[in-house]
Design a protein around this ligand. Structure first.
Ligand SMILES: [Zn+2]
Length: 185
């Protein structure tokens, strides 16, 4: 029994789908790959942050035939969810997501700064968008969906802090039985 699995992690830019598809299968045919895990909703370090519904739809449509062809070769296709909360902190890319997702309640840091790129994890609008994003990629029937490490107790992005917006503070106070300013932090 082979106890080691080789998971090839790849980016896949739907704007270059023909070249990207060629590249995927050139690698898979040469290597003893058990699984190919695709970074979504964008291409890893080239990602501007959270994906819009339109971007996700285009990528799911582009990945569909690639997933089918991989399955036909006995190679499991899967998903690496690069952004869930978003910590769009790489250089040379747009950093302000507020215009792209105007309905989100943005996270607030311990120093009172409001994030430009990450929503409050309790925001129902963000939760709805994330649920739709996961559902869209789940429709590809991936072997697994791996949430990457932006899902943390802190909003890494531009705050490096937990979210302490009014809603989060109220929830924390209810859970701990302590009031804001009474030594919670
Ligand atoms: Zn919050």
């Amino acid at each position: 029994m082979n106890t080691v699995r080789y998971h090839l992690r790849l980016t896949f830019d739907p704007a270059r789908r023909e070249a990207e598809t060629r590249g995927v299968f050139e690698m898979v045919e040469r290597a003893a790959v058990d699984e190919v895990m695709f970074f979504v909703p964008h291409a890893e370090e080239r990602s501007p942050g959270l994906g819009t519904a339109a971007e996700i739809a285009v990528q799911v449509e582009a990945l569909g035939p690639v997933f089918e062809r991989l399955r036909g070769m006995g190679v499991a296709p899967s998903i690496n969810m690069w952004w869930t909360l978003s910590f769009s902190d790489f250089p040379n890319l747009p950093r302000d997501q507020r215009g792209t997702f105007p309905g989100f309640r943005w996270a607030v840091g311990l120093d009172g700064r409001v994030s430009r790129v990450a929503a409050c994890p309790r925001d129902p609008a963000w939760r709805g968008a994330v649920a739709e994003m996961y559902a869209a990629y789940a429709s590809l029937r991936p072997e697994r969906i791996w949430m990457d490490d932006d899902v943390r107790a802190i909003v890494r992005a531009d705050l490096h802090s937990p979210c302490v917006c009014d809603v989060c503070l109220a929830a924390w106070c209810e859970k701990t039985g302590r009031r804001w300013g009474a030594g919670i932090f």
